[in-house]
Design a protein around this ligand. Sequence first.
Ligand code: T5A
Length: 211
Amino acid sequence: MNRLRCFITVEGIEGAGKTSCLERIEERIRSRGLPLLVTREPGGTPLGEDLRALLLGHLHAGMAQDTELLLMFAARAEHLAAQIEPALASGAWVLCDRFTDATYAYQGFGRGIDLARIAALEDWVQGARRPNLTLLLDLPVELGLQRAGKRSTPDRFERETLAFFERVRDGYLDLAASMPERYRVIDASQPLANVLQQVSAQIDSFLDVYA
Ligand code: T5A
């Protein structure tokens, strides 16, 4: 196994279907007998989950953009130190629900924070660590929000405007176009069975090469 090729992330706007897709990816990786850590951002550690509650909750709804950005990276620093790096060092694969591309998409493209500042934090917090494969679940914003809205009370991000999510979606598509070797774009507007079929095909072909 090529141990450098085992950090997989899943990205997309709200309601893209990450939860079901993560379950499918987990099942495909485990079916090859590979050790696996499944985790998420923001979160993944006790401190990270507390930061997630602050970031997604409404207690500090008006926090400054830079505060939001730095809290995302604080949670990520803890996540890398306590979970991701030890798992990868032990030879496990890591599957993460969102990672730094979400920061580029939401805080960068969505909020308008200079991408160079995000890149500087990325280098500082992660060193050379980057995902080896990123699945982007892409769908029209209105459809995603409609799906997400059926579920529960909106979190702090889900209260953002349609225009914000359009920028986030476009940002993700820009990232995917600029890193075609790492990204696979899935048409998440299709019925779930079809989306899961696309995800399985992508993950199986990755596993065929690297597992
Ligand atoms: N954030 C995160 C940042 O701003 N910066 C960062 O650096 C990071 C890491 C995290 C929030 O934090 C922000 C982004 C987010 O706003 P989250 O819980 O990770 O929040 O993300 P959400 O997008 O809010 O998670 P969701 O649960 O809304 O989205 P999912 O997981 O993509 O959607 P899912 O699977 O729950 O599906 C939603 C509904 O749609 C149905 C499902 O059954 C479910 O009911 N569905 C479908 N229906 C029809 N056809 C399909 N193909 C379907 N797929 C799913």
